[in-house]
Ligand binder design. Structure first.
Ligand code: C2O
Ligand code: CU
Ligand code: CU
Length: 502
């Protein structure tokens, strides 16, 4: 019996036995053959919360050790590291280079990136370059693990046209969810040397992650409910900080690159007293700005670039918050019905002259007329135990992931139209590796809306009972993953393998 087929987890007692010492381990996966337990109680919320109100820190940059122009070379170590989160208590994270979040990789189109991964964890890992068109054997697939104590080099060249906001995170078989919620994820920006957004528009990077802390400052393992719904923490962090403060001058415009690096939390972003101007999505700039947005929904793994213009008076203040969103998880109304403050935007008193945004941004063109269509179906089914004890399992085309199986085959450079139909009562963010796609339409409740503007995406939310259509081309031979980016679903097999052939 395939243990990945069921979303079940031993009781809290059996988890403690499996994990042994504190700090968690890969044993947080559901064991097979056990009777599904009652729902685990939610972990106790710490009495003294994290410190809010510090100035937003810049992400620590990964240092380029190469002096060769056009080559970015560095080492990242996957290792445990402690950081004080709750006052007076050190929390052990799993990190890249002891940093939470991981170091910022800031590179240009045309650069060759050569990153050596040293795995100092006690379980296998990989580095996946989420959204980037890297060769399949450099993309950290679960079929290419780096064993504990081992290392490897990832190398790829960033093509012209790839400028955008990406991120990197582990992708080992069944272990991705845990490695990410314990701290392993970082931002990767690819810049263009001919970026049409004026450099006088100050850029801010907002890397949003989720952290659950128990009252003793440890990061607890997933509960049975987490494996079902996807884990949401008790703190949402921006650049590893709790409700930090960012300053802006009256009149000033800022360009925010925002990453949803949470395992499962939907961010329905709104900035009080302001509208947002969308200028870019996962894979880079839109053709022209989309102004006047009251909110932007960012599913797990999605990114946006927005322009924020300080239109209020000197000394004003605003809050970037995540509004309630019902993503259909079982018993989730509590968490999804609250508004969560993420960051405070404080106005200074020194006015800055506004900088105009060009009306033409990216040169994105429609992909054209597809010559192949395919359809994928998300479904859910009762796992083991049936009525009362069973947990839902989430499937793609009725299957769970098997690293030895090829689920789909595509021809290299062929334009395909994919239809993703969600027959389950829960939202699932669909993600495809190796390329960017263009959403064509979304159908909900029998109503089809065409996508209002062209955008490059590698992740798209497919809401409960929704169908999403997109066009896509794979330009490199080899095996690519596609999966739900609720990482608990991914780690339990809501994933498949696409082989791109000649
Ligand atoms: Cu963000 Cu398969 O990954
Ligand atoms: Cu990815
Ligand atoms: Cu899912």
């Amino acid at each position: 019996m395939d243990r990945r087929r069921f979303i079940i987890l031993g009781s809290a007692g059996s988890v403690a036995v499996l994990t042994g010492c504190g700090g968690g381990s890969g044993a947080a996966m559901p064991p097979s053959g056990t009777t599904p337990p009652p729902m685990n109680p939610p972990p106790a919320t710490p009495a003294s919360p994290l410190t809010a109100g510090q100035f937003l820190a810049d992400l620590v940059q990964l240092t380029n050790t190469s002096s060769t122009p056009g080559l970015f070379a560095a080492t990242v170590a996957a290792q445990r590291a402690s950081k004080v989160m709750l006052p007076g208590t050190a929390t052990e994270f799993w990190t890249y280079n002891s940093l939470v979040p991981g170091p910022l990789i800031d590179v240009y189109e045309g650069d060759t990136v050569r990153i050596r991964l040293e795995n100092r964890l006690s379980q296998e890992t990989t580095v996946h370059w989420h959204g980037l068109p890297v060769p399949p054997d450099q993309d950290g697939n679960p079929m290419d693990p780096v064993a504990p104590g081992a290392s490897r080099v990832y190398e790829f060249t960033l093509p012209v046209g790839s400028a955008g906001t990406y991120w990197y995170h582990p992708h080992p078989h069944e272990l991705t969810a845990e490695q990410v919620f314990r701290g392993m994820a970082g931002l990767l920006v690819v810049r263009s040397r001919t970026d049409p957004v004026p450099a006088t528009i100050e850029e801010k990077l907002l890397f949003i992650s989720d952290l659950r802390l128990a009252s003793d400052g440890t990061i607890p393992a997933n509960t049975a409910m987490d494996w079902q719904n996807g884990r949401e923490g008790n703190y949402v962090l921006v650049n590893g900080q709790y409700r930090p403060v960012l300053t802006i001058n009256p009149g000033q415009s800022q360009r925010w690159r925002i990453v949803n690096a949470t395992n499962a939390r939907y961010l329905r972003l709104a900035l009080t007293g302001h509208t947002l101007t969308l200028i870019g999505t996962d894979g880079g700039l839109l053709r022209s700005p989309v102004p006047g947005l009251d909110e932007i929904l960012l599913a797990p793994a999605e990114r946006v670039e927005v322009i924020v213009t300080a239109s209020l008076s000197p000394r004003a203040s605003a809050v970037l918050q995540s509004l309630p969103y019902d993503r259909g998880g079982m018993g989730m109304m509590g968490s999804s019905s609250s508004t969560i403050p993420l960051l405070t935007l404080d106005y200074t008193s020194a006015a800055t002259a506004a900088v105009a945004l060009p009306s033409a941004l990216g040169s994105i063109a429609a992909l054209g007329v597809p010559t192949k269509t395919r359809r994928l179906v998300f479904s859910s089914g009762m796992g083991m135990g049936g009525m009362g004890g069973g947990m839902m399992s989430f499937l793609i085309d009725g299957k769970t992931f098997d690293p030895a199986r090829i689920d789909l085959t595509s021809r290299v450079n062929e334009l395909e139209q994919w239809t993703i139909e969600n027959r389950s009562s829960m939202d699932h963010p669909f993600h495809l590796h190796g390329t960017q796609f263009q959403v064509v339409s979304r159908t909900r409740g029998g109503v089809t809306s065409n996508e209002p503007y062209l955008a490059w995406r590698d992740t798209v939310n497919v809401a409960a009972f929704e169908t999403v259509v997109f066009n896509v081309v794979q330009q490199q031979l080899g095996r690519r993953m596609y999966h739900c980016h609720i990482l608990e679903h991914e780690s339990q097999g809501m994933m498949g393998v696409l082989e791109v052939v000649a």
